[in-house]
Design a protein around this ligand. Sequence first.
Ligand SMILES: Cc1cc2nc3c(=O)[nH]c(=O)nc-3n(C[C@H](O)[C@H](O)[C@H](O)COP(=O)(O)O)c2cc1C
Length: 307
Amino acid sequence: MVDLSVDLKFLKLKNPILTASGTFGYGIEFLPFYDLSILGGVIVKGLFLNEKKGNPPPRLSETPSGLLNSIGLQGIGVKRFYEEVFPELKKFNTEILINVCGDIDEEYAEVVDFFKKEERISGFELNISCPNIKKDGMCPAMEPDWTYRVVKIVREVTEKPIITKLSPNAGDIKSVAISAEEAGSDGISLINTILGMAVDWKEKKSRLGSLFGGLSGPAIKPVALRMVYQVINAVQIPVIGIGGIFSGEDVMEFLCVGAKAVEIGTANLVDPYACKRIIDELKEICERNSVERIENFIGSFKSERID
Ligand SMILES: Cc1cc2nc3c(=O)[nH]c(=O)nc-3n(C[C@H](O)[C@H](O)[C@H](O)COP(=O)(O)O)c2cc1C
């Protein structure tokens, strides 16, 4: 029997599979497909303090190997989530993490403060990396100082674990990660989507209602792997890999370079059974390759960079 459990120091997971925020609804949308208790954890769709309408349609555009989205963080806000969704979600034996959003820095702390006494919430993932379309794609995770400020104000309101989610649109990903660690983050997750655009030349218009969007899916996996590797070598805190993970083999690549867990995103939109399938594939891969404890495989990468 393969042991898929992983220890993030601040949180133990039964397996390294988490759902990536925004691609798994609030969790309960996936109840018709499988028992959520099989998952390492559910990271819910990003929550602002209040309800949000999101960006104008169209909000999705498929590219040859990835998806562009400009959802704009539509959501029901903390109160409705807590009253309407959370009672259902907490019936499952899995970790529940809240993906936290904010229009202004203080809003991150207000969202965290709302949930901080709720025992079934295992921690918070700070989405400081969603490209803010109105600010031309800018977000706190693009700047080390801005990242430090947001993590610090959240750290002051909770003792629960904080994971800071980074943006591939940052100039220097390592400095941003170090800032998050110095401000008291317990972990880092990366990457969020890469700012992109799709054009309908006949209509002479963007294919998205809000001009730019975030690219996700297989196209971004090589970028994600490179950035995850760089960050793992820059910080002491655990790192969670995200980006284009569609199979058990993809998971092994991220664990090999040192990610302690991964998040499955766009794959859920292509195949609602993706997380279940990936967990099954992971077990098979470990069995076939005599990996008894997946934790022992993490960070087994051997190449070194030769400049
Ligand atoms: C439709 C959609 C909505 C998303 N919403 C959120 C969100 O609310 N919060 C967040 O931190 N990331 C959000 N993301 C980013 C994903 O969590 C993930 O970081 C990204 O898609 C890369 O992973 P993937 O290639 O496996 O999809 C969203 C992505 C997509 C495609």
